[in-house]
Structures are given as structure tokens and as C-alpha cells.
Design a protein around this ligand. Structure first.
Ligand code: FAD
Length: 467
């Protein structure tokens, strides 16, 4: 009876562990199986958390070196201790992963260490070292996440040719780093190493960085990163990456001229996306279907083709983001407890944690155009925001897109200081179906960066005060 549960969650990442906690809160006898040896998944162990730790630490170093003197804070002999910086990051990870274990105990979720394999629609076998144990559940949630993708012919060896995982743990600051792929993970990791002194160049197949981002914001973003010293080779197709021992030779073709170019570098970060991870789960035997991108197919209730087995997070369609996985985890737990769990996919914010940050929620201008929607645009630059001005962080702007007829907010895109936090206000506004006028009439504290949001909302109706 001990191994008999109402719910077994396979995978202890933000999707899985949040689902398990919510299910236990709702009275379901719940177990969560995790093979990594620590809870928190990609996000806490090798993703969101260590990357944000390094982004914060490297930004402090960069500011101390470049900005402090001219702000009247005179420090000499600023030195980087990379070992200390890495152990600081590792400590943050450890505290948070242990924190999830504590939450499991507090909520009476059974934490099962090992690799879960589906044996039937109600049976999971867990393999841990040489041991094998059977578990039974009325319902199962698959939350096995994703793994790094590569390109044909490129072998990631986590030495000179690294994935994001390797880039989070380099033991020396490389002189040169080539980042293959101009998405958010590559740009965040590129920023970290660039601030610590590495010459960073990004090679991107498309003619713009951060695919899917509002194009005006993405252009501004590239301009700002270029000013920070990151080089961009857009419209370029990498054809080979060769680890030569002491260096790596990267060859790529310029898509416009068809000319082959090469760069010799110390390290290469392959950052071309992630793919769903379902290895060894036994999905086809159980009758669970995947789409042509390897994602588990689910219906609007997140149910797979087998009706008591659900799937959430990176292993299904939708943006590969921790908070999206969490929302799905909560929705499934509530559905299983007889409530009406639901995820609003129209309002999933996305943030790039560079400096400045980039944040968005809702539709981009390109999406609205392709849907033939009539929309109005309100924009406000941080240059005209008093708080940004006194803090010397004036790059970027807020852009609000609202329906021309109803004034309802359809999308918000911000590049600028602290916008990763500011976007929550816009997500809330959109959840409540706010109009630009609602935001414009909401009192925002002065002096804060959030006043730029109010001004952008006023600008939708062409009446900003400070611009
Ligand atoms: C460098 C980097 C930075 C990122 N930064 C951000 C960010 O700032 N914000 C954000 O929202 N997202 C970020 N992400 C993405 C985020 O980490 C993922 O979207 C999120 O972790 C997905 O959660 P998940 O629960 O679906 O899967 P995961 O977090 O991948 O967790 C799945 C877990 O399942 C386990 N598992 C797999 N198979 C089995 C099995 N058979 N049995 C037992 N356990 C199994 C795995 O070991 C893993 O721990 C980042 C990712 C990376 C790589």
C-alpha cells in the first residue's frame, strides 16, 4: 500500500514539483520521482537560477569596474575571483533545491529518487542505481522537461564546445567565445562572459536576434548589446565546429553572399534551442502520442492520449519557460481534484535578464499585423523617465499595443531597467482585460520606472505628459 498513490509526478522541475505540492495541498496522496539527484529540474540546477546568479554577479563586477569611479565611488584593484563567483552561484542553487525538498516534506509529498519508467497506465517502475521498485497511481503526470539541442555535425563536449550547462561552469574567463544562436539563453550567457572580459561574437542564422520578440524591441536590443561590445554575425549558417584542443575553429556561410567565413575561438557555446526529453519513458508502449517535434500531445486539459496520464511543461507545446510549466502543474493538480484548472496562454510573460532587461507579454506588432488586427501603439522612452535618468539607465522604451476599437491591451513590450519585474503589472492588467486608458488612469508612484508604463499608456491616446 505504501507505494500506492493518487498521483505520481515524473520529473521534479518547476512543472513537476509545483504540480506535486498543489496536488498534496488539495488532499491527493502524491509522489514525485526525480532522477537528477536534486529537485528543481533544469530551472534550479542548470537553468534560470544559476544563470541569473551569474548575470547578477557579473553585472556587479562590470559596474564596479566601469561605472563606479565616475559616480564618485573610488575603488582600486578590482579583481575577479572566478572560483568564488562560481561557488556563490552553486550555493544559491543548493539553497533553492534543498528548499524544494523542505516544501515536499512540509506538504507531505513523497520524494522518490530515481528514473521513472511507465509500465502500464497505472504502474511506474523506478530505477535507482541497482535497485528497482514498483509504484502504482490513479493518475500520472509526465513533467520530464527538455534537453539541449545541437546542430548536425556539432558535438558538444562540455570542454571547449559547451552547452548552456557548460557555459555556467567555466573555470577560467575565455579570451574569446562564439555563441551559436541569438536566442535569449545565448545572449544571457554571452552577456555574463562579455562582462567578465571575454570577446563575445554571436552567429545567428536569421537576420535578427531573439526570434519571436517584437521586432522593434529586438532591433533596439541588438543595438544596445553591440554597444556593450558583443559582435553579431546575422544571416549566417554555421557549417562546422572543430575542437582543435587549444582552440575551436568555427566555419560559417554568409547566407547573402554564400561566402565561407571562419573564426578561431577559445570556447563555443551551442545555444540553438532545447528539445523535449522523453527518453526511456516507454511512451509508445503505453499509447502516448508525440508530435513531429517530439512533444507529448495533450488536449486542453493537458491530458495525453491515455486519459489518466497528463503532461506539462517543456515536454509539451508552448514556450519553454519555468512559469508556464508551473501554471500547467497547478492546472493539472486542480483538474485532478475536481476543480476547473486552466492556463491562460495569451498572458505568459517572457523576460531576458540582460542589462537592460527585455520583457514582454501578449502579442507582438508582427503577430497583430499577420492577424489583420487594427491596433494603436503607445511608446515612451526611459530617457524621459526621471528615475531612469537619475540612475543613468536611460536606454530602452515601453511599447503598449492596444485594440483600435476597444482600447483593450493586446501586448506590451519593454526594453529597459527592471522591466523583468515591471512586466508583472502588465500581465495582471491583461488578465483583468484592461484597456490602455485603465493603465493611464492608474496612479503610479513617483519616481519609479513604472511611470514609463503609465506614460506609454497615455501615449496610446497621444497624450503623454513627459514626452
Ligand atoms: C540556461 C537556461 C536558462 C533558463 N532561464 C530561464 C528563465 O530565466 N526563466 C524561465 O522561465 N525559464 C528559463 N529556462 C527554461 C526553464 O528552465 C524550463 O522552461 C523549465 O525548467 C521547464 O520545467 P519542466 O518542469 O517542464 O522541466 P525541467 O525543469 O527540465 O525538469 C524536468 C525534470 O525531470 C527529470 N526527469 C526526466 N526524465 C525523468 C524520468 N524518467 N524519471 C525521473 N525524472 C526524470 C529531469 O532530471 C529534470 O530534473 C532556462 C533554461 C536554461 C537551460
Amino acid at each position: 500500500m505504501e507505494n500506492n498513490f493518487d498521483l505520481i509526478v515524473i520529473g521534479g522541475g518547476p512543472g513537476g514539483y509545483v504540480c506535486a505540492i498543489r496536488a498534496a495541498q488539495l488532499g491527493l496522496k502524491t509522489a514525485c520521482i526525480e532522477s537528477r539527484g536534486s529537485l528543481g529540474g533544469t530551472c534550479l540546477n542548470i537553468g534560470c537560477i544559476p544563470s541569473k546568479s551569474l548575470l547578477n554577479l557579473s553585472e556587479n563586477f562590470y559596474k564596479a569596474k566601469k561605472d563606479f569611479n565616475q559616480q564618485g565611488i573610488e575603488i582600486s584593484n578590482i579583481k575577479l575571483n572566478i572560483d568564488k563567483m562560481m561557488s556563490n552561484k552553486d550555493k544559491s542553487v543548493q539553497v533553492l533545491t534543498k528548499g524544494v525538498e523542505f516544501l515536499f516534506k512540509k506538504n507531505k509529498v513523497t520524494y522518490v529518487r530515481g528514473k521513472g519508467v511507465l509500465f502500464s497506465k497505472n504502474d511506474v517502475i523506478v530505477y535507482e542505481k541497482n535497485k528497482k521498485e514498483n509504484y502504482k497511481a490513479k493518475n500520472i503526470v509526465i513533467a520530464t522537461g527538455s534537453e539541449v539541442s545541437s546542430l548536425p555535425g556539432i558535438t558538444i563536449n562540455e570542454k571547449n564546445i559547451v552547452s548552456s550547462t557548460g557555459a555556467l561552469s567555466l573555470t577560467k574567463v575565455p579570451k574569446k567565445l562564439v555563441v551559436i544562436g541569438g536566442g535569449y539563453i545565448g545572449l544571457e550567457m554571452g552577456s555574463v562572459w562579455s562582462r567578465l572580459g571575454t570577446e563575445v561574437s554571436v552567429i545567428e542564422y536569421l537576420d535578427h536576434i531573439t526570434p519571436g520578440m517584437d521586432r522593434e524591441v529586438s532591433k533596439e536590443f541588438q543595438k544596445i548589446l553591440s554597444k556593450q561590445g558583443i559582435k553579431f554575425n546575422l544571416n549566417s549558417k554555421v557549417v562546422s565546429v572543430k575542437d582543435q584542443g587549444n582552440s575551436v575553429l568555427v566555419k560559417y556561410i554568409d547566407n547573402k553572399t554564400s561566402k565561407e567565413e571562419k573564426i578561431e575561438t577559445d570556447k563555443v557555446l551551442v545555444s540553438v534551442g532545447r528539445k523535449p526529453y522523453t527518453e526511456g519513458l516507454n511512451l509508445s508502449k503505453i499509447g502516448i502520442k508525440k508530435d513531429n517535434k517530439g512533444r507529448i500531445e495533450v488536449n486542453e486539459k493537458l491530458q495525453t492520449a491515455v486519459n489518466n496520464i497528463y503532461a506539462i511543461g517543456d515536454v509539451i507545446k508552448g514556450p519553454m519557460l519555468a512559469h508556464k510549466a508551473e501554471e500547467e502543474g497547478i492546472a493539472v493538480a486542480e483538474i485532478l481534484a475536481g476543480q476547473s484548472g486552466h492556463v491562460n496562454y495569451q498572458v505568459i510573460p517572457a523576460v531576458v535578464y540582460t542589462s537592460p532587461e527585455v520583457a514582454s507579454v501578449g502579442k507582438t506588432e508582427e503577430q497583430l499585423k499577420s492577424e489583420n488586427k487594427n491596433y494603436k501603439v503607445g511608446k515612451f522612452p526611459f530617457l524621459a523617465n526621471s528615475r531612469a535618468k537619475v540612475n543613468n539607465q536611460t536606454e530602452g522604451f515601453v511599447k503598449i499595443l492596444a485594440d483600435s476599437n476597444t482600447d483593450k491591451v493586446l501586448g506590451v513590450h519593454i526594453i529597459g531597467p527592471h522591466c523583468g519585474d515591471m512586466i508583472a503589472e502588465m500581465a495582471l492588467a491583461m488578465e483583468f482585460g484592461a484597456s490602455a486608458e485603465d493603465i493611464a488612469r492608474t496612479c503610479h508612484a513617483h519616481p519609479t520606472h513604472t511611470e514609463a508604463i503609465k506614460e506609454a499608456a497615455l501615449a496610446v491616446d497621444k497624450r503623454p505628459i513627459h514626452f
